[in-house]
Design a protein around this ligand. Structure first.
Ligand code: DNO
Length: 393
């Protein structure tokens, strides 16, 4: 059966490893969050983390993420040195036996939501992407040249409605959600300590002027070809995370948004060490993605799974559904992966904000009770599928 893992943010995480053990977690997904992007992860630091995890009867199953610097993505002058550093980090992880690495190749924004506490009828709160609010941010707050021309008419109509009701504090909240609260803990481009985060954000965006889809694809291929030798040497499985949401945003190219994209990147470097993180949540936020069909197609090159599910609303907004609802069809996914590529590490991704979790300072999407409930649900699905597959049901 899939290995039940949990994203844990290191010794400063409010949720302890003891707690995780008690709720049935087997493996830990974490990163060396204190090491700045682009620096080599030293063996001693990797070993310290590994031993801490193992001393609680768990294992360090997956690194999420070993971040790829922007400069590698847009192919800046320092790219080869940064790739060498990446290779050294992989070598050190390989020597310590940490062999599954999640990363992404999304320019600038690691993931995007407009509302981190969208109120559901039952009183829980979800992460939500309001298409009109995002377009409003793009056009009126970021003031990106040409932005208005990239949105459809219906969204632009909603944007004008919004414009008449948004207050300065609504604007500030939107900026904070899009470029700080969702980013600071995963990416490090914007930490929230900047005097003018929006201006800093514009500067980072401008690094991608002139970079289109094909160029970004070339840069991904260049990066993967450079790291494959060390991956082969230590049997390291690289797992690219799909774009979240799976569409073009802010004029940036995104190249892992649909089945054709995934097919392209797997074929561009046809080595099994070049694989994917099957993030059912990200993929299900795109109406063009048939998630169960994609799982069947790519299960043999999947090395890590994020179980989560989105619901797309008629106006193009999406919200994170319950782990048993939405478009992803987690029951079907568990059966597919257990049939084609059994035993992969899986973590439930995100969870609703519920019970007494609000206000405790959890990273957006990573509160305790919602994730624990989701893990319980998925655990039940896994047990049922397993029994069914062994013909005892
Ligand atoms: C958000 C996460 C992403 C993911 C990275 C992987 O909750 O799914 O931040 O960890 O994109 O590199």
């Amino acid at each position: 059966m899939m290995e039940k893992t949990w994203r844990w943010f290191g010794p400063n995480d409010i949720i302890s490893l003891e707690t995780l053990r008690q709720i049935g977690v087997e493996g830990i997904v974490t990163s060396l969050h204190h090491i700045p992007n682009g620096e080599i992860w030293p063996t001693e630091e990797i070993e310290r983390m590994k031993q801490l995890i193992e001393s609680h009867g768990l294992r360090w199953s997956v690194v999420e993420s070993l971040p790829v610097c922007e400069e590698i993505k847009y192919a800046g002058p320092d790219r080869d040195r940064l790739i060498q550093n990446y290779i050294e980090s992989l070598r050190n992880l390989g020597k310590s036996g940490v062999w599954t690495i999640c990363y992404n190749f999304m320019p600038v924004l690691d993931w995007a939501r407009t509302d981190l506490e969208y109120l559901n009828p039952d009183g829980t709160r979800s992460l939500y992407f309001n298409r009109a609010e995002f377009a409003y941010f793009d056009i009126y707050l970021l003031k990106r040249a040409g932005a208005a021309g990239e949105w459809d008419e219906e969204t632009l109509r909603r944007v004008e409605e919004l414009k008449s009701v948004m207050t300065p504090s609504d604007d500030a909240r939107l900026i904070e959600n899009i470029i700080i609260k969702t980013q600071g803990f995963v990416n490090g481009n914007i930490t929230g300590k900047e005097d003018d985060p929006l201006e800093k954000f514009r500067q980072i965006l401008s690094l991608y002027n002139g970079i289109d889809r094909d160029t970004l694809r070339d840069n991904l291929k260049y990066f993967l070809e450079a790291i494959m030798p060390v991956c082969r040497e230590y049997d390291i499985r690289m797992c690219i995370h799909p774009d979240d949401p799976p569409m073009q945003i802010l004029g940036l190219p995104r190249i892992v948004s649909c089945a054709d994209d995934i097919e392209w990147m797997l074929n561009a470097v046809p080595d099994p060490h070049n694989g994917i993180t099957f993030c059912a949540g990200s993929l299900s936020a795109g109406s063009h993605n048939d998630v169960p069909a994609m799982a069947r197609r790519f299960a043999d090159r999947t090395w890590f799974i994020h179980l989560r599910s989105c619901e797309i609303l008629p106006n193009g907004d999406f919200r994170e559904a319950s782990h048993l609802g939405g478009r992803a069809d987690i029951i079907s996914l568990v059966r597919t992966f257990e049939t084609i590529n059994p035993g992969l590490p899986m973590r439930v991704d995100h969870g609703r904000l519920m019970l007494d979790d609000a206000g405790k300072g959890y990273n957006a999407g990573y509160s305790f009770h919602g994730r624990m409930l989701a893990l319980g649900q998925v655990d039940g699905v896994m047990a049922t599928v397993s029994r069914y597959m062994s013909n005892k049901l």
